[in-house]
Design a protein around this ligand. Structure first.
Ligand SMILES: Nc1nc2c(ncn2[C@@H]2O[C@H](COP(=O)(O)OP(=O)(O)OP(=O)(O)O)[C@@H](O)[C@H]2O)c(=O)[nH]1
Ligand SMILES: [K+]
Ligand SMILES: [Mg+2]
Length: 399
C-alpha cells in the first residue's frame, strides 16, 4: 500500500472514531501515525535529487513574501499592482504556471514578493503544483493567503489544512514543551502546570509510536497531543500569515465589514485599488524588520540606506548589526553610540549584546579610536525613548 492510501485509511479511521475519554489514547496514536506518514511524504522520492523539480527563485532583498491561494483569486493582479512587475492575469484558472518574483519598495527596504500558481484541495498530497508551491511558501518569511471575498469562506480552512498537512503552522508560536532524546535512562515526564489535554500515559504511547524509549519531556504549558507530536517531529515551520480578502468590490458592505474584523485579515480590491496601503503596512508590521542607520563619526547618517535586521532571522543585537556590515568588524568594536527607541538617553553607550530597534541610529566606536566631539546634533542628550523624527531625517546636519 502506498503512503497516500495509508494516510487515507488513517483519516477514515479517525473520522469513524468517536471522540471521548476511552478513545483518546487510540486517537493520539493515530495522529502520530498520520504525522509520520506526512513527514515521509515530504521526503524526496528515492533516486531523485529533489532538485530541478521546484521553481527556485533566488532570494533578493530584505525579506520574502509568498502569495498563496486558490486559482483566480487575483494573486497575479496583486503582484502587478504592488511591484510593477507584470504577471499575466486572466479570468481562467491556472493562468500562472510558475513562480514570478517582483520587488516591493517600502520604508527604504526591498521586499521580494512571489506570485505562485493557484493551489487546490489535495495540494499537500501532490495535486497540481501544490508541492512546489508549498516548498516556496516555506522558504518565505511570511505568507499572504489571498482569498476571493465573494467565494466560500470555507476556502480559508481548506488552504490552512493543506498547509498544516505539510508542517506549516500559521500565526502560532512553537509549543512550550521541552523535549530531548536521550541514550539511556528511560522517559522522564514533567510539567510546570496542570495538563487538561494529555496525560503521562498518552505521551508515553506517542513516544512509543516513534520508538523513543529514552527522553526528557517537560510541558511548560497546557499543550495538546498535536502540539506534542509537532515537537517530536521537530520539522514544523511557524509562520505569520495575513488573510487577504480580494475583490471586495463585488460584495456588500456588511460582508466587507465582517471580513475586515477577522484577526490577521485585510480586505482589498485590486480593481478599485482599495486598501492596498493598509495591506503593505500590515505586511511590514508582521515582518518585524528593524532598520538601523549607520552614522559615520562627524557625519549625518544616510537615512535612505539602512542596515536591515530581523528578530526572526539572525537577530537584532549590535553584534548582528556589526556582522551585517562586515564579518571581521566585531573584534574591532569598543562600543557603539545609539540614538533612537532602544536608547535610554541620547546617545547611549552600548555593548555588542544591546538589542536595536526599528529606526535606531548607530555610530561604531572602534578600539583605539576617539569618539566624536560634542558638537553634532546627534550628540545632544535628549531624553529617550523616541524615534528619530522625519523632520530630523530631512534637516541638514551641522557637524
Ligand atoms: N472584481 C474583481 N476582479 C478582480 C480583482 N482582482 C483581480 N480580479 C480578476 O480576477 C481574475 C483572476 O485574476 P488573476 O490575477 O489572474 O488571479 P490569480 O490568482 O493569479 O489566478 P491563477 O494564476 O490562475 O491562479 C482576473 O479576471 C482579474 O481581472 C478585484 O479586485 N475585483
Ligand atoms: K487566473
Ligand atoms: Mg496568477
Amino acid at each position: 500500500m502506498g503512503i497516500l492510501e495509508r494516510i487515507k485509511e488513517i483519516e477514515a479511521e479517525m473520522a469513524r472514531t468517536q471522540k471521548n475519554k476511552a478513545t483518546e489514547y487510540h486517537l493520539g496514536q493515530l495522529k502520530a501515525k498520520l504525522a509520520k506518514l506526512r513527514t515521509q511524504l515530504l521526503e524526496p522520492p528515492k533516486g531523485s535529487s529533489g532538485a530541478g523539480e521546484g521553481f527556485e527563485v533566488t532570494k533578493f532583498g530584505h525579506g520574502r513574501v509568498a502569495l498563496i491561494g486558490f486559482p483566480s483569486v487575483g494573486k497575479s493582479t496583486l503582484l502587478t499592482m504592488l511591484t510593477g512587475t507584470h504577471s499575466e492575469a486572466a479570468s481562467y484558472e491556472f493562468t500562472t504556471l510558475t513562480c514570478i518574483p517582483g520587488i516591493i519598495h517600502y520604508n527604504d527596504t526591498k521586499i521580494q514578493l512571489l506570485d505562485l500558481p493557484g493551489i487546490i484541495e489535495g495540494a499537500s498530497e501532490g495535486k497540481g503544483r501544490g508541492r512546489q508551491v508549498i516548498a516556496v511558501s516555506k522558504s518565505s518569511d511570511i505568507v499572504l493567503m489571498v482569498l476571493d471575498a465573494s467565494k466560500s469562506e470555507g476556502h480559508r480552512q481548506i488552504l490552512t489544512k493543506e498547509l498544516e498537512a505539510v508542517g506549516l503552522r500559521l500565526n502560532k508560536r512553537p509549543p512550550q514543551i521541552y523535549f530531548k532524546k536521550k541514550k539511556t535512562g528511560g522517559i522522564s515526564f514533567n510539567s510546570t502546570c496542570s495538563l487538561t489535554h494529555v496525560d503521562e500515559k498518552l505521551c508515553y504511547q506517542i513516544l512509543h509510536e516513534y520508538k523513543i524509549h529514552n527522553a526528557e519531556v517537560l510541558f511548560r504549558e497546557d499543550a495538546t497531543v498535536d502540539d506534542f507530536i509537532d515537537v517530536i517531529e521537530g520539522n514544523r515551520k511557524y509562520m505569520k500569515c495575513i488573510y487577504v480578502y480580494n475583490k471586495i468590490d463585488v460584495i456588500g458592505i456588511d460582508d466587507v465589514d465582517r471580513l475586515a474584523r477577522q484577526p490577521n485579515s485585510v480586505v482589498i480590491s485590486c480593481n478599485l485599488k482599495l486598501n492596498l496601503d493598509r495591506l503593505l503596512a500590515k505586511m511590514w508590521e508582521e515582518m518585524g524588520l528593524v532598520r538601523v542607520y549607520t552614522k559615520p563619526q562627524g557625519q549625518q547618517p544616510d537615512f535612505s540606506d539602512p542596515v536591515v535586521l530581523s528578530t526572526d532571522r539572525g537577530g537584532c543585537s549590535v553584534e548582528d548589526f556589526c556582522n551585517h556590515i562586515h564579518r571581521s568588524l566585531v573584534k574591532d568594536v569598543k562600543y557603539v553610540l545609539v540614538w533612537g527607541i532602544s536608547a535610554r538617553h541620547y546617545p547611549q553607550h552600548c555593548g555588542l549584546q544591546h538589542n536595536l530597534q526599528d529606526e535606531d541610529v548607530v555610530q561604531i566606536v572602534k578600539k583605539k579610536e576617539k569618539e566624536e566631539g560634542g558638537r553634532g546634533r546627534f550628540k545632544s542628550h535628549t531624553t529617550g525613548p523616541a524615534r528619530i523624527s522625519d523632520r530630523e531625517k530631512k534637516a541638514p546636519l551641522k557637524t
